[in-house]
Design a protein around this ligand. Sequence first.
Ligand code: ZN
Length: 295
Amino acid sequence: MKRKVAQALKTRKVLLSDGAWGTALQAHGLKGGQCGEMWCMIRRHEILAIARSYIDAGSDIILTNSFGANSIKLAHYDLADRAEKINRAAAEISREAAGDDHIVLGSVGPTGKIILMGDVTADDLYEAFAEQVTGLEKGGADGILIETMSAIDEATIAVRAAKENTVLEVACTFTFERAGYGGFHSIMGHTIADYVDAMRDVSCDIIGTNCGNGIDEMTEIVREMRAIEPDLPIIAQPNAGKPEIVGGEVVYKETPEIMAAKTPELIEAGANIIGGCCGTTPEHIRAMSGVILTI
Ligand SMILES: [Zn+2]
């Protein structure tokens, strides 16, 4: 099994991941209703430029432009039969930007279908994830990052599909929100403890959380996760604050300076890998990089 992240964490206290891809694609002109993952095939240079922007900003780890590139989501665009090729291209592009001395994690997002609702079967999900991770491995990814998950059944199927169909290191992160009682749960109602138990059951290599929250809430979530799980690496990718609607547009207001100032607390809470999700840019990552270098 490849263990590039675990190896790197033997000599480094903290690794820096990348920032948002969706936000960068929108800055390049991606409109709602368009398939951003297809740009790996038709606008390769722009995807390569986004990947390079994060390497230049100081990321040790970059992801791939494959978040929604499972056949179930691609079917909305009549692209289901292109899934393996798109994932392979996504990994090849990030590999080209990363070279051999940086780590590429293949991004795998949720399918948008819910087993409990009868939308899809467990076998359908397994097949779609297996195809996706196989494409990412062929394209040169070092590991798989299953991210923005909220349902334990879907997340554990994705982890199993990655473990059983590749030799790659596997991370899986959940998105949590604050519940009425003050703690955190996913929109499917799973607590942080439920999630950690499920990840241990499927031998996930790296756990963590992304999206949904700014760095303050992320720090609380990581602290709770670390108290439950003392050993596994934890990755945290906060948004640039909570989304706000200004003039009909979604904006994220936490600046690179704000996120950098709060980075030591996130690390102290127990995060080993930090980066950004929605609204973060290469400037946020560059600012966080400056902080890590002083730790
Ligand atoms: Zn996000």
